[in-house]
Design a protein around this ligand. Structure first.
Ligand code: NCD
Length: 431
């Protein structure tokens, strides 16, 4: 098979170079090639009406391997990623065993290489066993290639431990400490956002403040240390405002939001559908609108899917028994296109920036996020912005707990190219 491809007549959207024009893009031997190097023997891929962009990068993924391969493996998660247009993912450390040392990191890296569907950048735990006390082996994990540390699923319980971690990573210019912001005591027993709907449903709620007190604490510790802090999956308007102020002050703080927090509100939980049970909880329309505004004005830097696969038998139970999480890799792009770009609130360029260029920068994935220029690795996505589809299983993910199930979305990935290879062609995974 040819290793030269000509994407013909695509709308090329590339935030890294500011490009948004209709053009041909040639790929040869795994990299973008100048058009004048000859297109005669290239396989021509007609991209009329389609958008070509740098492959998407997810800074927040759960792949469940090692430990819960019944929910997801690195391979199935990477296939879901490729079908969603992602060329890089960052599996979180809350596996079993926890990714708190170089051996587990190498295992996940090897599984990613074996799958060969996208780049896998494993996240290392901040603390041993995610227990919030002793620091994990950050140094050996940095040597193994880790650029982002997080105890995601849990919050670093004390400002002291966070201070140590943020201070430690200052020695490495490109290493980030990321936080799941939730005060355990305030959130205890909570099943959803605390407010009118939690009262009417009779479910214990988690107040906004359970997130906000940790965001405030963490920003203070970022100020104290000067370390690089990333805040996972913000859910409340108050958190957005605190990050806005921290950035104005010049602190090294970045923030993330998930597609589900941008689309849904706590009213969606009136059905008791456990696919809407996520951490942090989906909050009110006011919070959702503040998250959208934060994403538009640059307060929030990146989209993270927080792809969190769970087994059917775990999710199809009483609401308070179900684990939190929704899968998200296969729907993230379409969710953004449908709910923000199509209605005109967000430009396509900004959508690609928050789904690709900015997360690539955040996780230090130099081969991703563009620019789409000769010599650059060919990690690309081609999608049809107007194709409508209904989100229903089967998914490429091993799990089916999607908050978007039954929803109609616009925007479908047609091709995903990873390192010059079409891993998804005509909407189908090639391996
Ligand atoms: C996460 C998971 O399942 O690993 N779930 C989620 O809803 N975000 C862990 C967590 O953050 O609780």
């Amino acid at each position: 098979m040819s290793d030269r491809y000509l994407f013909a007549g695509a709308r090329v959207v590339d935030p890294a170079s500011g490009r948004d024009d209709v053009a041909d893009v040639l790929v040869a031997d795994g990299v973008i090639a100048p058009l004048d190097t000859g297109v005669a023997d290239a396989q021509v891929i007609d991209c009329t009406g389609l958008v070509l962009a740098p492959g998407l990068v997810d800074p927040h993924t759960h792949l469940r391997e090692p430990g819960r391969e019944d929910k997801e493996t690195v391979e199935t998660g990477c296939r879901a990623a490729a079908l969603g247009g992602f060329t890089a993912v960052t599996p979180m450390a809350n596996t079993d065993p926890v990714a708190d040392n170089a051996a587990v990191i190498h295992e996940v890296l090897d599984l990613g290489l074996k799958a060969g569907l996208c780049d896998v950048f494993p996240v290392g735990a901040i603390t041993k066993g995610l227990e919030g006390e002793a620091m994990a082996e950050l140094g050996e994990m940095v040597e193994a290639g880790v650029r982002i540390f997080s105890d995601d699923g849990r919050t670093v319980p004390t400002a002291r431990v966070l201070r140590n971690a943020l201070t430690y990573v200052k020695a490495f210019e490109d290493v980030v400490i990321a936080e799941h912001c939730e005060d355990d005591a305030l959130a205890e027993g909570g099943q959803m956002h605390e407010g009118y709907h939690s009262y009417s449903l009779g479910l214990v709620g988690k107040p906004r403040e359970s997130e906000e007190v940790i965001v405030a604490r963490d920003i203070a510790v970022a100020r104290l240390t000067g370390g690089r802090l990333h805040l996972h999956h913000l859910s409340s308007a108050g958190s957005v405002e605190m990050v806005r102020r921290a950035k104005a002050e010049g602190l090294r703080v970045t923030a993330e939001v998930t597609p589900h927090h941008l689309v849904f509100t706590d009213e969606d939980l009136l059905t008791y559908d456990t696919n809407f049970k996520v951490n942090p909880p989906i909050r009110t329309a006011e919070d959702r609108d503040a998250l959208r505004a934060g994403l538009l004005d640059g307060t929030i830097d990146v989209i993270g899917t927080d792809h969190a696969p769970h087994a059917v038998e775990e999710k199809e139970v009483e609401f308070d028994q179900a684990p939190p999480g929704t899968i998200g890799l296969e729907t993230a792009l379409a969710a953004l296109l449908t709910h923000l770009v199509e209605p005109g609130s967000m430009s396509l360029g900004r959508a690609i920036e928050v789904l690709s260029t900015a997360p690539a920068r955040l996780i230090g994935a130099a081969d991703h996020g563009g620019p789409i220029e000769p010599g650059r690795p060919a990690n690309l996505v081609v999608f049809d912005p107007s194709a409508e589809w209904v989100v229903e299983p089967p998914f490429a993910s091993k799990s089916r707990n999607s908050a978007f199930r039954g929803k109609t979305l616009r925007g479908k990935v047609v091709h995903t190219m990873y390192q010059g290879e079409l891993v998804v062609a005509d909407g189908k995974a090639q391996r």
